[in-house]
Design a protein around this ligand. Structure first.
Ligand SMILES: [Zn+2]
Length: 506
């Protein structure tokens, strides 16, 4: 059953005329370390339930946690990339609550001593004049913590606990390292708040990808965003009561969730009501939020320093060494490559929007002309991705293969039309582009003997067209070229066919 709502919404424009939105974004990034945060269990995605567990991540009595050094390194690199200060000394803290998928009944997290704090990210959105506009998002903190296990509710129609016959718990995920990145309240974005929210999460994801610290797959939950939103009457400084929409798992949904909550808050506030501070569930299918649980402030959790773990005190030398490993800032890199590739703003936006930026980059690195790389990924591959619902990067063709296909086109071994068949063959697992050309017999025929015979056949079959060309109507040659291409299953060298036709009929 899809969630719908009977809640009143105010029109978005009217809502933004009357109120100023304040955003807050909490993004959880699951690190791609080989082992968990506080034990040596493997972290592989999709393993049989409860096969990657040990006394520590099951919270059994007497088990002692040990910090994963690689996770600390990733946390510091994320902090540095977000222009944060890195703590000289910090501790873990216990966040106490009951959850069936957290067997210790506390989550090991960080509280008032995060590993990284006081940073910022400059996000680029589209300004009123259509030109790019930079908006600074201040980062409050980035801290280390562990993931919970996963509950599976069986028998209900919604996958939620309500109405389920029974529930199962998989602890494989319990203890996987997470970095939670929390912004300061984002105010002053006005009508651009939904776009700022989306751009922030998109750029953060790109940064995480560039750092290589996570799979960064929103669809698999390795990046999850919680969206806080409150409204204040226009012109007032005070922040309103916020709601927290949990686990918004696509960029498009981040934008939609912000819009929805702005409209919902505005309707309640303008009707004289007040906002309940609570978590909200996001429903991807219907685009609405529904009430979760009431939420008051953080002291609920009775945080206290974790007594079983030593403090983390990264030396300044190590921090500087890690600073030296930071990749080029993705935003700066995009601007540089756009210039190098000669893409218009629109071409660049479409490429990024299609999730093809990195693919085009790699294809160009394999020697393909930028516009040709763009054409294949945004044309043929984007179409196949849309039709199949498979991410463009997961289709099963590599940038190197696309570059090879374009090289075959450039060498006139195949034409664009045949190239599509080569792509089909590569995706069907028939081998490399060259092997597909060979096996399917797709090479263009430019041998004059074969072409000449086909041209003669076409002329004989279309005497009227031939007469027109003899009379000087060269444009009519298209019909004969078409006939030859049909005869030769698209594999004739069209330019040579045209030459032959004109030679024979002049
Ligand atoms: Zn374990």
């Amino acid at each position: 059953m899809s969630a719908t709502t009977s809640e009143k919404l105010m029109g978005l424009d009217a809502a933004l005329d009357a109120f100023d939105p304040a955003l807050g974004l909490e993004v959880h990034v699951e690190l791609n370390t080989n082992t968990k945060m506080f034990c040596g269990c493997p972290t592989e995605f999709g393993a049989e339930p409860n096969t990657q567990v040990c006394p520590t991540c099951l919270g059994l009595p007497g088990a002692m946690p040990v910090v994963n050094g690689k996770a600390v390194e990733s946390a510091i690199r994320i902090g540095l990339a977000l222009n944060c200060e890195i703590a000289e000394w910090c501790r873990f803290a216990r966040k106490n609550y009951f959850y069936p998928d957290m067997p210790k009944n506390f989550q090991t997290s960080q509280y008032d001593e995060p590993i990284a704090f006081e940073g910022f990210m400059d996000v680029t959105i589209e300004g009123d004049d259509g030109e790019p506009e930079v908006f600074r998002v201040e980062i409050e903190r980035a801290h280390m913590e562990e993931d919970t296990g996963k509950s599976l509710h069986v028998g209900g129609s919604t996958g939620r606990i309500h109405g389920a016959d029974y529930s199962l718990v998989d602890y494989n995920r319990a203890g996987i390292p997470l970095i939670e990145i929390v912004t300061k309240p984002i105010v002053g974005a006005g009508a651009k708040a939904p776009a700022v929210a989306r751009a922030y999460v998109a750029q953060l994801r790109d940064l995480i990808v560039a750092l290589g610290v996570s799979d960064a797959r929103m669809d698999q939950g390795s990046i999850r965003a919680d969206v806080n939103l409150s409204l204040a009457p226009k012109g007032t400084e005070k922040l309103g009561t916020r709601t927290e929409t949990k686990n918004v798992n696509s960029l498009r949904s981040v934008e939609r969730a912000v819009r929805y909550e702005i409209q919902r808050h505005a309707a309640i506030l303008s009707g004289g009501g007040s906002i309940l501070q609570e978590t909200r569930h996001w429903h991807e299918d219907t685009g609405v939020t529904t009430a979760g649980r009431p939420k008051s402030d953080a002291d609920d959790y009775r945080y206290f320093p974790e007594p079983d773990l030593v403090p983390v005190a990264p030396s300044r030398e190590w921090v500087e060494e890690l600073r030296g490993t930071l990749p080029e800032n993705p935003t700066v890199k995009r601007a540089r490559l756009q210039k190098e590739w000669g893409f218009t703003d629109l071409e660049m936006r479409d490429t990024i929007g299609a999730g093809a930026f990195g693919l085009v980059e790699e294809t160009v690195a394999e020697g393909c002309a930028p516009q040709a790389a763009r054409k294949w990924w945004l044309g043929e591959m984007a179409r196949r991705s849309n039709e199949s619902g498979v991410e463009i990067s997961e289709l099963g063709i590599t940038p190197a293969q696309v570059a090879k296909i374009q090289a075959l086109v450039d060498a006139k071994t195949i034409n664009d039309k045949l190239a599509r068949q080569v792509i089909e063959g590569v995706l069907a697992g028939e081998g490399t582009p060259e092997e597909v050309v060979e096996k399917r017999g797709l090479a263009v025929v430019s041998d004059d003997g074969a072409l000449s015979a086909a041209v003669d056949t076409a002329i004989a079959a279309n005497p009227g067209v031939a007469d027109k060309i003899r009379d000087g109507k060269v444009a009519a040659a298209g019909a004969l070229i078409g006939a030859v291409m049909k005869e030769m299953k698209g594999q004739a060298d069209a330019a040579r066919v045209r030459e032959l036709i004109l030679e024979k009929l002049s």
